[in-house]
Design a protein around this ligand. Structure first.
Ligand code: ADP
Ligand code: MG
Length: 264
């Protein structure tokens, strides 16, 4: 057990046992300075609850991707720490990064292949993940035969196939047309309701953040600090019609104004 979890248990037993169960990750006083003396992140602290769907927004270049990379362990902080629960992490980028010579099914099976799963096991799990994203009939196609939205769904299926505890997404739908993007948002919300993994979703879209997340953290211009940390109190099941609800508009406006205050 980490010192952080031990300290949670030790100090105030009643409260702490709750935190012990509920806290999935704590980003603690994080600093990241690049060699070029660029201060990307300065003294950032965020606590993320287990099973939470968190959206992170902020101006271009403020350090969002850097934050995700550090959370994933792909980059090291200059100082500060990230404490997180044990468990698999999956990462989804804006580019689907599919291998063109592999079928859709074998692209999705790849993470399990790298983990040493048997052929039957990985193909079964990949087929199941593809059905979950609505691509049950496209398994034998190659990436070149897919639309942008389908490629992104394959990328989502490949992230789900390992049953991650933590799913990190870095502007995954930003390059798609609006209708495809909204449909993928609806699908991702459904997938999250089914699996309840912890999600950190970076986006530039205030409407996308409101539709998808249960909480939005808005960061300022570099070096990133928190301008607003906002609970999104909307129903758990989110239908397309929610987007025309006045509550939806009010939350979206609040995120927008936080972005403005942060210098976006
Ligand atoms: P965002 O994802 O919010 O657009 P990034 O996290 O990609 O921002 O980058 C934050 C800042 O750090 C930017 O100014 C960027 O140029 C800089 N940066 C990111 N990665 C590196 C790197 N490997 N080396 C030097 N500077 C970097
Ligand atoms: Mg980025």
């Amino acid at each position: 057990m980490s010192d952080f979890l031990r300290s949670l248990r030790g100090d105030t037993p009643r409260l702490c046992s709750l935190s012990f169960i509920a806290t999935s990750m704590r980003v603690q006083r994080l600093h990241k300075v690049f060699d070029s003396d660029v201060i990307a992140i300065e003294d950032l602290t965020i606590e993320i609850r287990s099973g939470e769907f968190l959206a992170v927004l902020g101006p271009s270049g403020c350090g969002k991707s850097t934050l995700l990379r550090i959370i994933a362990g792909l980059d090291q902080p200059t100082s500060g720490s990230v404490e997180k629960d044990e468990g698999k992490i999956a990462y989804v980028f804006q580019d689907a990064h599919l291998l063109p010579w592999r079928t859709v099914l074998r692209n999705v099976a790849l993470p399990l292949e790298l983990m040493g799963a048997s052929r039957a096991e990985r193909l079964d799990a990949a087929a199941d993940a593809l059905r979950q994203v609505g691509l049950g009939d496209a398994m034998s196609r190659y990436p070149a035969q897919l639309s942008g939205g389908m490629k992104m769904r394959v990328s989502l299926a490949r992230a789900l196939v390992t049953q991650p505890k933590l799913l990190l997404l870095d502007e995954p739908f930003a390059a798609l047309d609006e209708i495809t993007r909204q449909k993928l948002d609806e699908q991702l919300r459904e997938l999250w309701l089914r699996h309840r993994m912890t999600v950190v979703f970076v986006t530039h879209s205030t409407g996308e953040a409101t539709f998808l997340a249960d909480r939005a953290v808005v960061l300022s211009r570099r070096p990133a600090r928190i301008v607003e940390d906002l609970g999104i109190e909307l129903p758990a099941n989110r239908e397309a019609t929610l987007r025309s609800d006045p509550k939806f508009a009010a939350i979206t406006r609040r995120i927008y104004s936080a972005l403005e205050r942060g210098g976006a």
